[in-house]
Design a protein around this ligand. Sequence first.
Ligand code: DI6
Ligand code: FE
Length: 405
Amino acid sequence: MKSNRYPSLLRHANLITLTDDSDYGIIRDGALLIDQRHRIAWLGPDKNLPAGTTAEMEIDCRRHWITPGLIDCHTHLVYAGNRGDEFAQRLEGISYAEIAARGGGINSTVKATRAASFAELLDSAVNRVRTLAAEGVTRIEIKSGYGLNLDTERRMLQVARAIAERVGIKTHSTFLGAHALPPEFSNNADGYIEHICTAMLPSLAAEGLIDAVDGFCESIGFSTAQIEQVFRTAQRLNLPVKLHAEQLSNQHGASLVARYGGLSADHLEYLDAAGVQAMAQAGTVATLLPGAFYYLRETRLPPIASLREHQVPMAIATDHNPGTSPLLSLLTAMNMGCVLFQMTPLEALLGVTRHAAKALGAEHECGTLEVGKQAELACWDIDQPVDLVYALGHNPYSPIIPAQS
Ligand code: DI6
Ligand code: FE
C-alpha cells in the first residue's frame, strides 16, 4: 500500500467480501480504502488500518454492510412500446408461443423500437437503469435484439453505450440479432442468419459496439445449427458468446454454447445432465432468470441440485424485457431464486456478484471485495446478509458511498 493520500476511505462497515464460494467472507467493523483509479487499495478490520492512512473523504458507515455492487448480467432494457395487453392475454390462458405466432411477442416490440428515436430509447432505458441502480446495481448487461435490422440494432447498442455516461454505471453490450425472425425474412430463417453473419455482426463489431454475442435457441426461435453459424462468426471476430438455452424446451443449446467456450447459458429450465456436464467442463456460467419463470408460470425448475453438484457457477439476473419478465428489481430476482428455485441466500448473493461478473467475463474487475478490483460497492442498512433476500418489496440500499467520478 502506497502512503499517499487516497480519495476515499470507508470505515466501520461490515464487509461481505465473497472471495470464495463457501461463505460470505465477512469482515466485521472493517475499513476499505479507494485509490485514484477507483480501485480497492486496502481492506481489512478497521483496527488494522495502517497508521497514518488519510483520505480526502472519510465516511463512517456506522456498521452498515457493504457488498460488491450488484451486477444484472442479463437484461433487454432498451426498447419502446408496451405489452401489458399480452400480459392480460396470458392470464386468460393464451400461451407466449401462441401470442408470438399471432404477430405479438418480440415482433411487436421490434415494431415500436424501430419507430423510436435514439433520444426516446435512451430516456426510457435510463429510467429503467436508475430503478435498478436504486437497489445497489452498479453494472448491467444490455442486449440488442428488438431492432433486427442493421440501423435499429446499431441504435440500440449505441443507447446501451450512452447509458453508461448518463447514469455513471458500467454497461456491457450484447448483440442479440438472432432473437426473432424479422418480417423482412418471414419464412427465411436461414437467409436472416446469413444476413446476421455477413452484414450485421461484422459491421457492428467493427464499430466497436459489441462486447458479446447472444441468440435465442428455441423451437420458436433459432435452431442449434443456425445459432452455431452465428457463433462461428463471433469466434472469427474474437467476440465471446452466450445463449438463451433450454427455456421452453431442450434444444441442447447449453452444450453448444459450452463447446464455444461460452460465458453463460441462460434460463435452463429444460437443461439435461449432458448439458450440465458440458457447462461444468467449459466453465460456462448458468444464468438463472426466475422473473421469466414466474411471469410464464413455468412449472419445470432448472436443475439447481445438479448444477450445484457439478460446481457450475450460478448467476441470477432480472432478464428485464417487456414480454416475459417486466421485472426491474434484482433484489426481487434474488428472492425468487431462493423461494422458487431453492437457492440459498448465499448462492443468490453470489449469483448477482461474483458469478454474474464471471458471466460477463469481468471476474478480474468486479464481483468481490478484493484489493485491485474496481471499487464498485453497495451499502446496505441490514442486520445480517440474509436480509438482502428476506423481505420482498423492502429496499435496504443505503446510498452513502461516493459514485465513481
Ligand atoms: N427469452 C426471453 O425470455 C425474452 N427473450 C428471449 O429470448 C423474451 C423477449 C420478449 O418477449 O420480448
Ligand atoms: Fe433474455
